[in-house]
Design a protein around this ligand. Structure first.
Ligand code: ATP
Length: 140
């Protein structure tokens, strides 16, 4: 029985990775789930956060933002708005994004009627930045 699981992560810009893996930990919209070879076919919405996979005895970490995971025929396809391997995360960019988001949230709390500040958008941006910073520190 064919039992090699392939992982592919695709964004609107590019194929981020495509390789055989032993295991994938996926941040599903309703909680993390694990995928081993011969998993049942499945479609799941994704959260913003940490995906990891094991291959050749090593664990690798990836930031993903939203999208879907599709599992079929020993292939897991992740279709995400954005995705970066931990080693490709630009930490200073994430730090700046975090500071911008925090400044917007702070300005909104000081001026709650300011319609120019979209607080939900700032909070989403802050969450992406915090997750990127955390994932960049994971071994790769
Ligand atoms: P920023 O405020 O820095 O633009 P963002 O969270 O709004 O961050 P996204 O909309 O998630 O950015 O991503 C836009 C594009 O930039 C995607 O291709 C994403 O992979 C890339 N990107 C964003 N932040 C980083 C980062 N810190 N390191 C590497 N690539 C990044």
């Amino acid at each position: 029985m064919e039992s090699t699981l392939y992982l592919e992560i695709v964004t609107p810009d590019k194929v981020v990775l495509s390789l055989p893996v032993d295991y994938v930990g996926v941040p599903g919209a309703e909680g993390e789930f694990g995928v081993l070879p011969n998993h049942i076919p499945m479609l799941s919405a994704l959260a913003v956060g940490h995906l990891y996979f094991r291959t050749e005895g090593n664990t690798h970490h990836v930031f993903i933002a939203g999208g879907f995971a599709e599992i079929s025929e020993n292939k897991i396809s992740i279709l995400a708005e954005s995705a970066e391997r931990s080693e490709d995360i630009d930490v200073s960019r994430a730090e700046k994004s975090k500071q911008r988001a925090e400044a917007r949230i702070h300005a909104k709390s000081a001026d709650t009627l300011n319609e120019k500040i979209d607080e939900a958008r700032a909070r989403s941006s802050l969450n992406r930045a915090i997750q990127r910073i955390q994932i960049s520190k994971m071994s790769h």
